[in-house]
Ligand binder design. Structure first.
Ligand SMILES: NC(=O)c1ccc[n+]([C@@H]2O[C@H](COP(=O)([O-])OP(=O)(O)OC[C@H]3O[C@@H](n4cnc5c(N)ncnc54)[C@H](OP(=O)(O)O)[C@@H]3O)[C@@H](O)[C@H]2O)c1
Length: 318
């Protein structure tokens, strides 16, 4: 696979260099420079053990349906987003694929994610469910990242889904594979059957009121990229005093502060909107930087699992 950018070369060395010293030094260099370079809409993160990178800002499409989904994705791509997050469960994979094809943006310049929620009756049926999604999104092509949507199917279901993802990954229909809503024990358990480990990504609910510190620390320790869903808390905290004081200070909207906070925490936030002006505004995040003090004020809002609006992961059970 061609190494198209300096970050891809560094990522390759970090995981594939024959020298342990070079592997360790490039990983450390990549971590430091990734965190300290100014963020832009084009910023990416390396995915572990691959030469791939993932755009730092994603675009969510949960509860975006039919022509609205196509139009929202087109607006997002025109605004410069290059990463869209769908799922079998959202029933809009075809619309996401249609939007990319209609947009005029090259397929190779867009990072597309989908998710499988439950296994089929056996390995073959599970694999076919994944391939059906790939065909809906990019007929004859590939999906950049495919996740197990939830650990809720139990060990047997998770194993079936992971092995089907690994097969499609080996065949090149999926560039990267990962998990969602997994806690530390779910990911540890995968070691007993996974050929690809660690998973490239774990997508979990993350915003100031639900920071899932244990799961995040586990992912960071193991080099797993952390994606933040519900980064806008579905606008449920729009009246929060701390958030509003910070938004006023920077002359920004509360949504922009929340997504910027997520980026500065090192995550990959996936804000969703079907409103064109919000789609535009939610990516205007690069003309300000939250100070250490303001980051700490937002960090202090954590309510642990109680702050979750969808679900907090379980770290100590499978
Ligand atoms: N893996 C999982 O289990 C999981 C779970 C949940 C979500 N996700 C992913 O993460 C994405 C984001 O999460 P989410 O969609 O649940 O929630 P979210 O992005 O936190 O919030 C979306 C809601 O906020 C509104 N909104 C957007 N921008 C706004 C702004 N600037 N001001 C005020 N309101 C604004 C949207 O309304 P309008 O659309 O009307 O503008 C929508 O109702 C999803 O779309 C999905 O891709 C994954």
């Amino acid at each position: 696979m061609p190494l198209r950018s300096p970050s891809a070369v560094l990522n390759f060395l970090a995981y594939h260099s024959p020298s342990p010293f070079l592997r360790s030094a490039t990983r450390s260099f990549t971590r430091t420079t990734t965190m300290s370079s100014p963020l832009t809409l084009q910023s990416t993160l390396p995915l572990p053990n691959t030469t791939l990178t993932i755009p730092r800002l994603g675009f969510g499409v949960y509860q975006s349906h039919g022509p609205t989904c196509i139009q929202s994705c087109l607006t997002a791509l025109k605004a410069g987003y290059r990463h869209i997050d769908t799922a079998q469960y959202y029933a809009n994979e075809s619309q996401v694929g249609d939007a990319v094809r209609q947009s005029g943006v090259a397929r190779s310049d867009v990072f597309l994610t989908s998710k499988i929620l439950s296994a089929g009756t056996d390995a073959e049926e599970t694999y076919q469910k994944i391939i059906e999604s790939v065909e809906k999104i990019d007929k004859g092509g590939y999906v950049d990242l495919f996740l197990i949507h939830s650990p809720s199917s139990g060990t047997a279901g998770r194993k079936l889904m992971w092995q089907a993802l690994e097969r499609a990954h080996t065949e090149g229909r999926l560039k990267a594979i990962g998990v969602s809503n997994f806690g530390a024990q779910h990911i540890e358990e995968m070691k007993s059957y996974a050929k690809v480990w660690p998973p490239h990504v774990n997508q979990i609910e993350l915003h100031p009121w639900c920071q899932q510190k244990e799961a995040v620390a586990y992912c960071q320790k193991n080099g797993i990229v952390v994606e933040a869903y519900c980064p806008l808390v579905r606008n449920e905290k729009a009246e929060d005093k701390t958030l509003n004081a910070i938004a006023d200070k920077y002359g920004k909207g509360t949504g922009q502060v929340l997504v910027r906070w997520s980026l500065q925490r090192g995550w990959v936030p996936l804000p969703k909107s079907d409103t064109p002006s919000r789609i535009e505004g939610n990516k205007d995040l690069y003309d300000f930087e939250l100070s250490k003090e303001d980051m700490e004020k937002l960090d202090a809002l954590d309510q642990g699992a109680k702050g979750a609006i969808v679900q907090a992961v379980s770290n100590d059970s499978t």
